[in-house]
Write a new protein. Sequence first.
Length: 134
Amino acid sequence: ASLTLPDCFNVCLSDMHVLQWRQGCEGEEQPDGSLKYSHGLDMYSYDGDDFLYFNDSHSVWVAPVKAAEQTKRKWDQEQKVHNYPKGYLEIDCMEWLKKYLTYGGKDLSTTSTCRIICVSTNLNAFMFSPSRKT
């Protein structure tokens, strides 16, 4: 029988729960100016805790919690699900990263400092205001 995430974690469906999926890649700039894939992230979290992630170095899904073991086994058996993360991270994600760097251009290489202003009333409020270095 297949289990749902709430089944795995023994939680009530009437409560609010969060499933978070994060993907990202990192590249190294080559002498010719091109960008070469170095590593990536494909990770699922449930209610703030790590659930399942793809180890791109070894091309395997990793289940850091017992509740994710059944999903890991299923995803390892499904060839498309097993191969997708590596292809996405090394090709599609890198293409998006290149576009982002092109669109961001000079703005991405500019550093700035952060000025923090604290206001104290009945509530604590924090305001962050970037202040560019010249």
